[in-house]
Design a protein around this ligand. Structure first.
Ligand SMILES: [Zn+2]
Ligand SMILES: [Zn+2]
Length: 303
């Protein structure tokens, strides 16, 4: 089970009723946050989520609306008695940006590990999350993130017997252990059937639409994508500022064959995004507007 909470939906600046766009994922006791603009820590509080289990922070890019909330967030995590290290993943230059922001939050009870992305595509595995960072096209270097939870195959007695695995090792192998015994290495694959369908969430902001995003978001259970502009006549503006319209996001959702689309990162000038939704749903019927605190519990498919 993967808990997803879209903490805010604003682009550029927080508004009285719209926190800046960021996402919290929770799986197996470990939380992963994507972006932390100004006020994200209040959005986390409003959503009733905890600071202590945040083990991973993924940063899309170094624009203030995506990272300026970092010092306050770190201090609040410190106040929540966190002592385990925090891993921050982000574009090249991350260490410098984090150090600069930390001059106003110098003393923390936990270590920060910065992991700078250098390639257009990188995969990082942590705490059961498989994080795929993919470079997108914005005014500055920017990444989108796909987060997958893999699901192992079902336990198979036939397979275990076929492979001559001693019965007393079955349950440990099923739980994922690798066991050495009498010079033989036993692996979980020796007692499990083919892997089953896992869960996938893709988060993408700020960018122009790209084929590579469609590729990265392929078959996601949930695709959270920026829709800076809803008015069709703002396409030129979207191109100029390297953002997207609702319709471009919907077109990518359709091409990526995702289950569901949530739009986010709304321009401050966009007061009533709901008025544009029927047009968006003509392109991709399962498109929805993001809302601050909007959440869903994604569960593994039953066989
Ligand atoms: Zn932004
Ligand atoms: Zn930006």
């Amino acid at each position: 089970m993967l808990d997803v909470c879209l903490l805010g939906t604003a682009g550029m600046m927080p508004l009285p009723n719209r926190w800046l766009t960021s996402l919290m994922l929770r799986y197996n006791g470990s939380s992963l946050l994507i972006d932390s603009g100004e006020g994200t820590q209040i959005a986390i509080k409003e959503a009733g989520l905890s600071f202590k289990p945040i083990d991973i922070l993924c940063v899309t890019h170094f624009h203030a609306d995506h990272i300026s909330g970092l010092p306050g967030l770190l201090l609040t995590m410190g106040n929540a008695d966190r002592t385990e290290p925090l891993t921050i993943i982000g574009p090249k230059g991350l260490t410098r940006v984090v150090e600069a922001l930390r001059t106003i939050a110098p003393e923390l009870p936990f270590e920060i590990i910065c992991r700078e992305l250098k390639e257009p595509n990188e995969v990082i595995e942590m705490n059961g999350y498989e994080i795929h960072a993919f470079r997108v096209q914005h005014k500055v270097v920017c990444y989108g993130y796909s987060v997958e939870i893999h699901r192992a195959g079902k336990f198979s007695v036939e397979r275990a017997k076929e492979q001559d695995v001693p019965m007393k090792l079955w349950s440990r192998l099923q739980k994922g252990e690798i066991i050495e015994q009498d010079g033989i290495t036993y692996t979980p694959q020796m007692v499990l059937g083919a892997p089953r369908k896992g869960l996938k969430v893709t988060y993408c902001t700020d960018t122009r639409p790209l084929d590579s995003i469609v590729e990265a978001a392929k078959d996601s259970d949930l695709f959270i994508c920026e829709g800076m502009y809803a008015e069709k006549e703002k396409l030129a503006k979207a191109k100029q500022y390297k953002h997207m319209t609702f319709y471009e996001a919907a077109d990518m959702a359709k091409r990526a064959n995702v289950q569901e689309l949530w739009l986010t990162h709304f321009s401050p000038s966009l007061v009533r995004p709901q008025e544009y939704l029927p047009e968006v749903q003509k392109i991709f019927p399962n498109a929805h507007l993001g809302k601050d605190g909007k959440s869903v519990e994604l569960v593994f498919q039953e066989e």
